[in-house]
Design a protein around this ligand. Structure first.
Ligand SMILES: *[C@@H]1O[C@H](CO)[C@@H](O)[C@H](O)[C@H]1NC(C)=O
Length: 259
């Protein structure tokens, strides 16, 4: 059966040739399978990125101190500085009154009315001063004595800031301590009224001995002696007297709050 053998040889040849083509097709499919390896590499790339993530987390740890930066030192530093205690000018006396510090100075001038002395004090940002207590009265008298002794000495009067109450026109109208009011806007109480004996006597001019038509004694002065304890009328140095505002005196005491 040579023909059958030939068929076998023919089919064998076809089989071999087809097998060669099949191998080539298989080689192409294998090359395509190599592309699948690239897909597997991608997850490996992710593994390489993972170590970078902890680095970024470590960098986030560097930012952790930031919330500690707004520390509480700032609130204590801007403390409002306490207001400095106001002080009187160096050439003014300082009186520490219950109602606050008060500054007083005695001035010398050519003889002036009480209203003029008040204007002179206002020119210094002050008023004619009242007297808070006996200690202040003694200090003002001592200062006035120094000033008058620098200007010839002798006896003198100091204008102070007080006014007779309209309800106390006569000597018998009111008790001595309640006859005048302080007018400086700061002095309080009656302890500062250091009246001379028998004062305030409430003289009303004119009298048989004084022709001036001055009416009541609406003002108050402090009597000063430069070289002895005796003053006008024999009153003690530093004592007070009610007087006519129309008189002219050479000394006046100004008072003001410290600035
Ligand atoms: C002067 O006294 C008046 C009250 O008579 C007061 O209102 C004023 O504030 C005083 N001025 C000074 C500078 O103390």
């Amino acid at each position: 059966m040579p023909s059958f053998q030939l068929y076998l040889l023919f089919f064998l040849g076809i089989t071999v040739v087809s097998g060669i083509f099949l191998e080539k097709s298989v080689s192409y499919s294998s090359s395509s399978s190599s592309e699948e390896h690239h897909h597997h590499r991608k997850p490996h790339r992710h593994h390489h990125h993972r170590p970078h993530r902890p680095k970024s987390s470590s960098s986030s740890e560097e930012y952790r101190p930031r919330p500690h930066k707004p520390r509480p030192p700032r609130p204590p530093t801007p403390k409002p500085t306490p207001k400095p205690t106001p002080t009187c000018p160096s050439d003014w006396m300082t009186f520490n009154r219950p109602q606050g510090t008060w500054c007083v100075k005695v001035f010398y001038t050519a003889p002036v009315l009480q209203v003029t002395a008040q204007q002179l004090c206002q020119g210094q940002g002050a008023n004619l001063t009242g007297v808070q207590d006996a200690n202040e009265n003694a200090q003002i008298a001592a200062a006035a004595r120094v000033v008058i002794n620098q200007n010839g000495g002798g006896q003198a009067e100091v204008w102070l800031g007080a006014s007779r109450k309209s309800t106390c026109p006569l000597r018998t109208s009111c008790a001595p301590l309640y006859t005048f009011d302080w007018t400086d806007g700061h002095t309080t109480g009656v302890a500062g009224f250091q009246w001379a004996p028998s004062e305030p006597n409430g003289l009303i001019f004119p009298t048989p001995y004084n022709p001036h038509n001055w009416g009541q004694q609406m003002c108050l002065d402090q009597l000063i002696s430069g070289n002895s304890d005796k003053t006008l009328f024999g009153y003690p140095h530093g004592s007070m007297d009610d007087t006519h505002c129309q008189k002219s005196y050479r000394l006046y005491a100004c008072g003001k709050r410290p600035s």
